[in-house]
Ligand binder design. Structure first.
Ligand SMILES: [Zn+2]
Length: 455
């Protein structure tokens, strides 16, 4: 029987670790020498060495880049993109595919890198232990396993280009269920321990609806000494307790975040507006920060303060709202003009959206993304099209001024958001390990009926 090298050396050693060792740490000779060692030999020592650090020589850190006024391009949304590809379950939205389908996660990282992203965010959204066992989920994987695998994948791809690895934490079901500050902080600390072991380049606390929980996350992440970015998933109306974007930002900066902004929940222009309000708040308070924005790739002019979660189309019928690549040019320019230098995306953002951001800001960055090899600026490649009327579209003015049709004769342009007014502390938000019961479902359908009749 031919032994697979990773099982033979160490049953716990994954294919990823082995290929990474092959590529960066050990030459083939060294590895074959390792293969010659007796069964049970552990290469944990090799893996625990900070070879990640050795593997990223000469890269500028996140603050070094932002302090120099450089534009940093973030990646796009993983949960939504991988859900559509069949690797994430809508509902829990947890990132176990970092362990179960590393090839899918690695490929998406690669596509964002090729699109021009400078940051590979670890696919650790909702990878906290309390979320992984929420409402009947039975993964048989620990949070540590998922976080470790996600760090390895992000590092592997970051090393293929000019990208940094950011370890990410986000809001927890424990906070919504009114667990104590100590309990919630312990959840963040567990993820941070993995990020430190894997030596990520910086940290992002993102997707917080309540600034209080975001502050707790920042304080935990700050203990590492690594740069910390903090994003709320809020719009101009502020957090779920009505705290304005300006005040949220001031509190996050005071908690120790060097970069503040918003992600998810709202469309690009709304998010840019919220970050502008943050910037004004921070400046008014006499503080200093860098700013980031990672919005949705969906148009959300009809959303109230909870954002796209309240839209009747969330999450399975949002497609008519997707921004085009040309919308992304406008977004990137607006974000840049507003003084935001860390510009990326969240749910709905596919690699081609990030490529559009990188292309718009190519003059400022002085580089075009590798993915643009197959994409002439402003549709220039259409000059090669067989049909003359399509060749006529190979110019900026055409795409910049187009108002695309939806093709849906009965499709309304706006929806009525649900707005149940349920947030932290409400009994219907309490999380538990058991699956949602039929009694709970019955209650929810009644609530839905009531909400519809009063809308
Ligand atoms: Zn998102």
């Amino acid at each position: 029987m031919k032994h697979s090298p990773w099982n033979w050396i160490n049953p716990e050693l994954t294919e990823l670790q082995t290929t990474t060792l092959l590529k960066y740490k050990a030459g083939e000779e060294q590895l074959s020498a390792l293969f010659g060692l007796k069964k049970g030999f552990t290469v944990t020592k090799c893996c625990n060495r900070n070879w990640e650090k050795e593997m990223a020589p000469g890269k500028k850190g996140i603050l070094e880049r932002l302090n120099a006024g450089e534009v940093v391009i973030g990646d796009g949304g993983f949960v939504f993109a991988l859900e559509k590809r069949g690797y994430v379950k809508a509902g829990p939205w947890t990132p176990e595919s970092a362990v179960t389908h590393p090839e899918a996660v690695r490929q998406l990282h690669r596509e964002f890198l090729r699109a021009g992203a400078n940051v590979m965010q670890t696919f650790t959204f909702y990878a906290s232990d309390d979320k992984l066992e929420n409402r009947g989920q039975n993964l048989k994987l620990t949070g540590v396993q998922i976080n470790e695998a996600a760090c390895d994948l992000a590092r592997e791809v970051a090393n293929e280009g000019d990208a940094l690895v950011a370890g990410g934490v986000c809001q927890t079901p424990s906070y919504l269920s009114c667990k104590s500050e100590t309990e919630v902080k312990a959840i963040f600390k567990k993820q941070l321990d993995v990020f430190l072991k894997k030596n990520v380049d910086f940290l992002i606390a993102e997707y917080f609806e309540h600034v209080e929980e975001a502050e707790w996350a920042v304080k935990v992440l700050k203990t590492s000494g690594k740069p910390v970015a903090a994003c709320m998933c809020i719009g101009p109306d502020g957090d779920m307790h009505g705290i304005s974007p300006g005040e949220c930002a001031v509190r996050l900066v005071k908690a120790g975040a060097q970069i503040v902004g918003v992600n998810c929940h709202f469309d690009p222009m709304t998010c840019v507006k919220a970050v502008k309000m943050m910037k004004e708040g921070v400046e008014k308070a006499g503080l200093k920060a860098h700013y980031m924005v990672q919005p949705l790739a969906y148009h959300t002019p009809d959303c109230s303060c909870q954002g796209f979660i309240d839209l009747p189309e969330f999450p399975f019928a949002l497609e008519p709202r997707i921004l085009t690549r040309w919308d992304m040019h406008k977004y990137a320019r607006e974000a840049y003009k507003s003084g935001i230098r860390f510009i990326g995306g969240c749910c709905g953002f596919e690699p081609y959206h990030i490529r559009a951001v990188a292309e718009e800001l190519a003059p400022e960055r002085g580089i075009m993304p590798p993915g643009s090899e197959k994409h002439g600026m402003w549709g220039a490649g259409l000059e090669m099209h067989t049909k003359p009327w399509v060749r006529a579209r190979s110019r900026r003015e055409y795409w910049e001024n187009l108002s695309p049709a939806s093709g849906r004769p009965k499709c309304p342009s706006l929806s009525t958001p649900e707005g149940w007014g349920v947030t932290k502390g409400h009994s219907d938000l309490m999380q538990h390990k058991e699956a949602t019961s039929s009694q709970e479902m019955k209650h929810l359908l009644e609530m839905q009926k009531k909400a519809k009749s009063t809308a």
